[in-house]
Design a protein around this ligand. Structure first.
Ligand code: SAH
Length: 258
């Protein structure tokens, strides 16, 4: 840790921690933590990752849990820059990838306005990593030529208009922050004639309390309610969901009738 103010070289590393399992942090991320003077970390971060930072480093939780705003974004931005100027290397540890619905660019921009240099270390985004861990590929030759990652809740709190558009496409649609709006989202897919489209909900992907629900647009709401799925969870809509082994076993009875 820098104690001599004159020797302090302020810098910030925006670090993506991956979807939850601490082993999914990159090697470059570990190296950044090892040289941290301060770590500012979010909710959804496995706290064992903090052990990579020197024991003398300052570690501050700045997350938001269960809708409770522990810190507003402005306060996080200011803390980050203040600590960089006073202590040196601030590692801003964020869930998934910093730039996938992570407000990472706002932090980069704020640091930039104080001329504090920022390095970005990407993380495994839950949007790709969580389906992948379930062996659900977001693209698959002959089945899905693209994937959309959409927020279920825009900054205004509404459902993103992109979802209705995506529902009419053949893309795999991954929705983050959409669990509460699952019934509304499902209606959009039904309206697009996709009632039988395979769908999945994954709660706490890559973590000990991971839960996977598979079904179709028609029954996914009921399944998710039955299994009492909770946040953080993401939604996957698309033919690719049918590649998951449990989905295959689900549709077997129908397949045998044919
Ligand atoms: N930057 C993050 C996403 C932040 S938005 C990333 O790249 O992964 C937070 C949302 O991501 C959650 O509401 C949830 O929809 C999703 N999410 C994050 N981690 C998850 C996990 N382990 N399992 C399922 N969904 C997850």
């Amino acid at each position: 840790m820098n104690t001599d103010k004159l020797s302090i070289i302020p810098k910030i590393t925006l670090l993506g921690a991956g979807p939850g399992d601490p082993d999914l942090l990159t090697l470059k991320g570990v190296k950044a933590l090892q040289t941290a003077d301060v770590v500012l970390y979010d909710a959804l971060i496995d706290e064992t990752l903090l052990d990579f930072a020197p024991s003398a480093a300052i570690k501050i939780y700045v997350g938001k849990r269960s809708g409770e705003h522990a810190f507003e974004q402005d306060a996080i931005n200011r803390l980050m820059v203040d600590y960089a100027l006073n202590y040196g290397h601030v590692v801003r540890l964020k869930g998934g990838d910093p730039f996938v619905f992570g407000r990472g660019y706002e932090e980069l921009d704020f640091a930039d306005s104080y001329s504090v240099p920022v390095t970005v270390i990407p993380g495994i985004s839950s949007s790709i990593g969580v389906p992948g861990l379930q062996q659900i590929p977001v693209t698959h030759r002959g089945m899905s030529e693209s994937f959309w990652v959409i927020t279920g809740t825009t900054s205004g709190g509404q459902l993103s208009a992109d979802i209705a558009q995506a529902a009419t496409s053949n893309a795999t649609v991954v929705i983050l922050m959409g669990l509460k709006k699952l019934p509304e989202i499902v209606e959009l897919f039904k309206a697009a004639g996709k009632a039988d489209l395979p769908a999945a909900v994954v709660q706490n992907g890559s973590s000990a309390n991971e839960k996977l629900i598979v079904g179709t647009v028609k029954n996914i709401v009921e399944q998710a309610q039955k299994e009492q799925v909770q946040a953080p969870a993401l939604l996957i809509f698309g033919e690719v969901v049918s590649l998951h082994p449990s989905f295959k076993s689900l549709i077997k009875p129908y397949a045998s009738i044919a």
